[in-house]
Design a protein around this ligand. Sequence first.
Ligand code: BES
Ligand code: MN
Ligand code: ZN
Length: 519
Amino acid sequence: MTCGLNFDSQLALGSNPTPIDDEREHMPRATTSSSFASSAPTKTRASVLVLAAADGSALGLDSVRSARTAVEDIMRAIGFTGKAGATARIPAPKGFSADSILLVGLGSESTGSDPGPAGLEALRRAAGTALRALDGADAIALALPASTPAAVEAVTVGAELGAYRFLAYVTEDEDKAPGTITVLGPKGRAFTAAHESGAIVAAATNRARDLVNTPPLDLHPASFARIVEEQSGSRKVTVTVLGEKELEAGGYGGILGVGQGSTRGPRLVKVEYSPRGAKRHLSFVGKGITFDSGGLSLKPAASMEDMKSDMSGAAAVVQAVFAIADLRLPVRATAWLPLAENMPGSSAIRPSDVLRMRSGKTVEVTNTDAEGRLVLADALADAGAENPDLLVDVATLTGAQIVALGKRTSGVMGTESARTQVTEAAEAVGEQMWAMPIPEEMLAGFDSNAADLKNSGPREGGMLAAAAFLREFVDEDRDWAHIDIAGPSFNTGSAFGYTPVAGTGAAVRTLVELAKRSD
Ligand code: BES
Ligand code: MN
Ligand code: ZN
C-alpha cells in the first residue's frame, strides 16, 4: 500500500523527529482487489487455481469427473485431506488450464448448497488462508464452492483480506503481495453484486488495518484527520475537523485533557453520510488514541509495545461509514473520532486533576492510563445530542477484555436491544462478539471525593466497569452498545484464516452489516 499519508508539517510542531517518508509519496499502495468471472474452474487460465477440499474430496469439480479424480489422486498421494487451515501447492494435472493448484482445507463445516454463518466463515477463512500462502503469485483464480450470493461475498471478503500485506515501510522484497485475484462463481446480477459488496467491505477493512499499522510517529491526531479528509474526497460524505481552539470553545475537557501531554494536539473528526430519504440514523464513535503511553500513569515497556493500535476503534468507525457510503446504503451514518495522543509530557494531566467534560459532568482523573473513556465520553455526548436511532462505540478500552474473553472475542455491553443487534450482525459476518452485562454495583466504584466521578474504577470486571463509566455519558433511553475490541483489533500471535499479524480491522464488517440490516 502506499503510505499516502500526507503528513502534517512536523516542522511546525517543533521537537518531533522527521517522519521517515515526508519526501517521497508514501501512501500505502491500494491493496489487491479482485474481479469476478463465471468460467469453469478447469477452463480458467491462471498461474494458481485455488481449490477447496474437505474429508478427502476435492470440491467444485463435479462437472468434470476426470479432473476431480486426478486432483483427488494427488491428494491421497500427499496425504492432504482438507483440514481447516491446511494448504498444498501442486502442479495442475492434465485437463486444467491453470499452471498450478493451491489446495486449501475447508474443514468440517458444511458449505453445502446454502451455507449458514459457520459455513460462510469457513469459506472466508479458506480463501484468506489461500491468499496468505500466495506471496508473489501473479494471476490467482479462486474456485471455492460458492453457489449463493452470500457464499460469493464470503469468498471475496476472505480472499481480499487474506491478500493484505503492510509493506509501506519495507524497502526490500517490494513484490511480496499477491497479484491479480479472480473470484469464480455463478452467472447473474445477484452474484456480481455480491462480489462488489464483498470487495467494498474488504477494502474498508484493509484501510482500517493500514491506519492501525502505521507507526505513531506518522499517524498522530492531525495526520489522521488529514487522511480522513483525503479519503473522503471521492465519496458523498461530509467531514468536519475540530482543532484545539474549537475543542476549547466547545468545552471538550476529556479530549483536551488526554491530549495535553503531547506536542501533537488532539482533534475531533466527524464524518457524515446522509443520503436523501434515509429513515434510520446510525451513529458510531471510535476511540482514537494514536499512541497510549499511559500518560503520567506510565505503562511498563512491554505493555506499550502495541499501543499504536489504540486508535483501532476510530479506524473502524470511519472506514465503516466510508463503506456504507460506497455501498450507497439508504441509511444515515455518522462516525465520530476523538483523536489524541496520550503522552506524559510536562503539560500532561496529573492523577487527581479534575476535568470538566463536554456533557458538563466533572471527572477526577485518578489514573491517566484510563484515557479512552475520557475521550469517548466527550464524543458520546455529541453523538447522542443528534438523537440517533442506534449509537455504537468501538474501543480498545481495557486489558480486562482480554482477560475475560481472550484475544479473538470482543465484549458487547449496553442496552439489550443494541447488544442483540450488534452480536447478530457480528455472527453473520464472522466476527466473534459476545454480549456482557453492566452490573448495577459497578458504578459505585467510580465515586469520587473531588468530582462527579473518577475515571478508574474496580479492577475486577474491568471491562464491565469501563462500560458503566461510559453509560454516564449516554442518555438513559438511548439504544446504545459499547464494543471493547482490545484483543481482537491487533493480532499479536500468528496469522490465521484471513487475519494477519498486527492490525485486523476488527468491527468494520459488523458495523457495515448493522447498516445493511437497517434499511
Ligand atoms: N488502551 C488500553 C487498553 C488495552 C490494553 C488495549 C491492552 C489493548 C491491549 C487502555 O487505555 C488502558 O490502559 N486501560 C487500562 C484501564 C485501567 C487503568 C483502569 C487497563 O486496561 O489496564
Ligand atoms: Mn490507557
Ligand atoms: Zn488506551
